[in-house]
Design a protein around this ligand. Structure first.
Ligand SMILES: *[C@@H]1O[C@H](CO)[C@@H](O)[C@H](O)[C@H]1NC(C)=O
Ligand SMILES: *[C@@H]1O[C@H](CO)[C@@H](O)[C@H](O)[C@H]1NC(C)=O
Ligand SMILES: *[C@@H]1O[C@H](CO)[C@@H](O)[C@H](O)[C@H]1NC(C)=O
Length: 293
């Protein structure tokens, strides 16, 4: 009898290590990966082969730091109280939000004539969220031949958005993948995943009104406001201004050094030279003195 108890104790603890599935209750789900739109409902299925009597149902959410209770001791917990509904061992959650995304564990336990038995199944829930209007970075001006990168990003969408760029209202074709057979020569590299539009050597032809669109197939694609990029050749006025500024900087540095020297800031060498001179003159003085005596 005692050895039997030890056996079941061991069995139970092995259960905690995740081995009980082999011995315990068979628990299954019809909905291994659930996706639901935000603010709609999600159904997480859980089924088992035990009789209804004396079985206990618990639902937990697996978080980074451990587990939190969803359904425990016959009722929903926390903010699931108003939103949860039990359907046999399964649960329905109303008005899911992005915070509800994650892994949920259905745990079934029963006291049978063989002792405490337990089984579990994990259901993943992904709450889909439409994109927000993206933020775009478009330089208002650029110089011909320089590298220019336009950026587009939004952080709302689940799954993460893909990006498209438009110039003057026309969709820019995506860069063909490396090693693609028909390599078109596009003046840019567009990355739909990161949202960047890179010109390695921008030309006047790239001047235009740009905007981008974020799309994750959930809800409507979202766009940023249109921004103009003007590409111009190097202008002479600009060069002259730059030269004048550089000349001014050099001149002011020179003046600074001059005044600093005048005030004796760099005078380590100076002062030691002066000291030497003073010592010398003293020696000279002694010399003349002894000569006089
Ligand atoms: C759904 O949840 C959101 C956020 O928690 C809340 O603002 C909204 O009022 C809820 N909607 C319903 C119908 O309960
Ligand atoms: C886009 O950027 C990502 C991350 O930097 C990179 O892994 C991917 O290969 C890029 N795609 C293209 C088409 O350049
Ligand atoms: C600019 O566009 C015109 C017409 O679209 C084309 O003929 C010309 O070659 C382009 N120039 C450059 C530098 O891409």
């Amino acid at each position: 009898m005692a050895s039997r108890r030890v056996f079941w104790l061991l069995f139970w603890h092995l259960g905690f290590l995740g081995y009980y599935k082999a011995y315990g209750i068979v628990v299954e789900t019809d909905t291994k990966d659930v996706t639901a739109n935000e603010f709609e409902e999600a159904f997480l299925s859980c089924k088992h082969n035990e009789g209804k009597e004396a079985t206990r149902v618990e639902w937990k959410k697996i978080t980074k730091t451990g587990v939190t209770f969803v359904y425990f001791e016959g009722s929903f917990v926390g903010d699931f109280k108003k939103r949860g509904e039990r359907v046999q061992s399964s649960i329905r959650i109303k008005n899911v939000t992005r915070k509800d995304s994650g892994k949920y564990r259905c745990e079934i336990s029963a006291s049978t004539e063989h002792g405490q038995q337990i089984g579990e199944v994990i259901v993943s829930l992904l709450v889909l969220v439409p994109p927000a209007p993206p933020a775009c970075e478009v330089p208002s001006s650029a110089m011909t031949g320089t590298v220019v990168e336009l950026r587009c990003k939004e952080n709302n969408g689940v799954p993460a958005s893909k990006y498209r760029w438009y110039r003057n209202g026309v969709l820019l074709p995506e860069s063909p993948a490396l090693r693609s057979i028909k390599k078109e020569r596009l003046p840019y590299i567009m990355n739909a995943t990161t949202g960047t539009l890179l010109f390695n050597s921008v030309s006047k032809n790239d001047t235009g009104e740009y905007y981008c669109e974020a799309d994750n197939k959930v809800g409507q694609p979202q766009k940023c406001s249109v921004k103009r990029m003007q590409v111009d050749d190097l202008n002479v006025g600009g060069i002259i201004a730059a030269v004048v500024i550089v000349a001014l900087i050099i001149a002011s540095c020179g003046l600074g050094v001059y005044y600093a020297q005048k005030k004796g800031y760099f005078s380590k060498a100076h002062s030691s030279a002066r000291k030497n001179k003073a010592a010398n003159s003293e020696k000279d003085f002694k010399h003349t003195k002894s000569f006089v005596i």
